[in-house]
Design a protein around this ligand. Structure first.
Ligand code: ADP
Length: 358
């Protein structure tokens, strides 16, 4: 093995024993950890300096669970949001592709906040940024740091930033960032969550946007809970709204989601007027609501075929009729919009006060 020196270290650190004295299960675990650590090793087969003091178990978790080798989302997969795409390209993708030009005054900043109702494409944008900028994508949900990694969150955060710094250019996407950087609880704040927050802010301060190509993207449905320190670090704040008509009043985004999903599955038979009707009936639906609606509507032909007595095991694709407007009308009774009008007002107010409108 190229890094047999490290394997020895890992082995003894994990088990406190030499390799010959381990039982089979432990050997397999050690082997697994070694494999993910191999991916982090340099050409000399050694772990980079920055990672040597970090726990192999956590490095392995970052490498296997948090690092996404193939985010597989392109700009074209995201309906609407033209304004956000344009801003993100200029603020984030160009700097990641041409760090030599984007330094000094043009330095892009370290943090981007995507805020807005749930299910509007924030995670998709994060993944698309990584794809377009050919960057390594790291995804972590801040609430898992506070709930699942109790007491270990700080160490995991250090491992995350450590690995990202060895895999540049890197995009670290922190979902539900409000649960990490919230202004609540400052009085009786739990000691461990306060430490976690401090560690996170230290790591963010720690990388130099002129020399390191690491971008932190925070996503939240509750921007109003972020405190001043968080806002200061997330210098660009983009509102990701519900899919709505474009400037000329076309219901482009919702229609696009319906067409695209149906076409992908070869179920596309709806006329333009039907699509227009669906769009009119789905005012206030998020991208994710639209996806659920299409899923439900596409069950219509299947349910009908089964009602006619065809057994599910014998059912052929040709036995099912195409999806129709009526299927959507039925589905609309099951799938309701998940965002209320009141909530939208809160986002718009916050956007006016703190959003990057340009
Ligand atoms: P968020 O991170 O804003 O909560 P996601 O990006 O996870 O939402 O979106 C959830 C799902 O909803 C996506 O996997 C996608 O299928 C659908 N979706 C949401 N917004 C869009 C959009 N603008 N274009 C296409 N699909 C979308």
């Amino acid at each position: 093995r190229s890094n047999s020196g490290n394997s020895g270290n890992v082995t003894s650190r994990i088990a406190g024993k030499t390799e010959d004295t381990l039982d089979d299960t432990t050997k397999r675990c050690v082997e697994y950890v070694d494999l993910s650590l191999d991916m982090l090793c340099g050409p000399d087969g050694e772990l980079p300096e920055k990672l040597r003091n970090l726990e192999p178990r956590l490095l392995e978790h970052v490498s296997n669970e948090i690092m996404d080798k193939d985010p597989n989302v392109r700009w074209d997969d995201i309906a609407g949001l033209e304004h956000a795409k344009k801003c993100v390209t200029e603020m984030v993708i160009w700097p990641l592709l041409r760090p030599d030009i984007f330094r000094g005054c043009r330095s892009p900043g370290k943090g981007l906040l995507l805020f807005g109702p749930p299910g509007t494409g924030k995670t998709m944008i994060g993944k698309a940024i990584a794809g377009e900028a050919k960057a390594t994508f790291f995804y972590i949900s801040a609430s898992s740091l506070t709930s699942k990694w109790i007491g270990e969150g700080e160490k995991l955060v250090r491992a995350l930033f450590g690995v990202a710094s060895c895999r540049q250019p890197a995009v670290i996407f922190v979902d539900e960032i409000d649960s990490l950087l919230s202004q609540r609880k400052s009085e009786g704040e739990h000691e461990s969550s306060r430490r976690l927050k401090t560690q996170f802010l230290i790591e963010m301060e720690g990388f130099d946007s002129d020399s390191e190509q690491i971008l932190l993207i925070g996503a939240t449905n509750r921007p109003q809970e972020l405190d001043e320190a968080a806002r200061r670090r997330l210098t660009k704040r983009l509102y990701i709204p519900l899919p709505s008509p474009d400037v000329s009043g076309n219901e482009e985004a919702r229609a696009w989601i319906v067409q695209n999903l149906l076409e992908k599955d070869g179920l596309f038979k709806l006329e333009k007027e039907d699509i227009d009707t669906i769009c009119k009936l789905t005012e206030g639906y998020s991208g994710s609501d639209m996806k659920n609606l299409v899923k439900d509507a596409s069950m219509g032909p299947l349910r009908e075929a089964l009602k006619q007595g065809i057994e599910i095991t014998k059912l052929k694709k040709e036995d099912m009729r195409p999806v129709t407007l009526q299927d959507f009308e039925h589905a609309l009774q099951e799938v309701r919009p998940s965002v209320s009008l009141n909530e939208l007002g809160t986002y718009e107010d916050w956007n006016k006060q703190f959003g990057s409108l340009s």
